[in-house]
Design a protein around this ligand. Structure first.
Ligand SMILES: Nc1ncnc2c1ncn2[C@@H]1O[C@H](COP(=O)(O)OP(=O)(O)OP(=O)(O)O)[C@@H](O)[C@H]1O
Ligand SMILES: [Mg+2]
Length: 169
């Protein structure tokens, strides 16, 4: 789906957060500044987390209390899987919270089959329908691609479709 503002990405994250169950893992990919943390802020809202997550600069993980606990990992600076094992990541990944991982591509082999995969791309609009991938920090357009179990994904899509027209008014 396409988002043309930070607010819309937060709203998409919020709808996503509302639909998540304990034990869900979300792997986020996308270049620097693509909006991974922005999406996590929305997910936190959807989970009724009172605080606003930000980028954990020197810690790999921040935990937040909500309807379901939120474990927010940022693997940008991780040295390898050993470091994740050192903090006992499995207790979070396979616990009863929701785990969201920025820079998931840094340590691919820790994610189970049922992980929800989200990739955010920065796009520049060209013409009416064509979007071109671009390393452009001035663009507010993001392509948010979500992969997950069919049934879950279609119910998420229909929820977002209901909410989106209200947002663009
Ligand atoms: N449609 C959009 N969705 C999300 N963010 C947007 C959008 N348009 C512009 N932005 C801006 O893009 C930036 C996204 O920053 P954010 O910290 O979420 O990126 P990130 O992917 O987490 O980067 P990093 O890899 O450094 O953690 C923010 O400054 C935000 O305002
Ligand atoms: Mg970030």
């Amino acid at each position: 789906m396409i988002s043309n503002s930070e607010e819309l990405t937060i709203k998409i994250g919020e709808e996503l957060g509302k639909l998540l169950n304990p034990g869900t893992i979300i792997a986020l990919r996308g270049e620097l500044g693509s909006g991974k943390t922005v999406l996590v802020k929305g997910i936190a809202r959807g989970l009724d987390v009172k605080e606003e997550p930000n980028s954990p600069t020197f810690v790999i993980m921040n935990a937040y209390e909500g309807r379901i606990p939120l474990y927010h990992f940022d693997l940008y600076r991780i040295s390898g899987k050993d470091e994740l094992e050192g903090i006992g990541y499995e207790d979070f990944f396979f616990g009863d919270g929701v785990t969201v991982v920025e820079w998931a591509d840094r340590v691919e082999d820790v994610f189970p089959e049922n992980t929800i995969k989200i990739e955010i791309k920065i796009l520049e609009k060209r013409g009416t329908e064509d979007f071109v991938s671009l390393n452009n920090e001035n663009s507010n357009i993001r392509d948010i691609n979500i992969e997950g179990e069919d049934k879950w994904l279609s119910s998420f899509r229909s929820t977002v479709e209901l909410v989106l027209p209200i947002l663009t008014k």
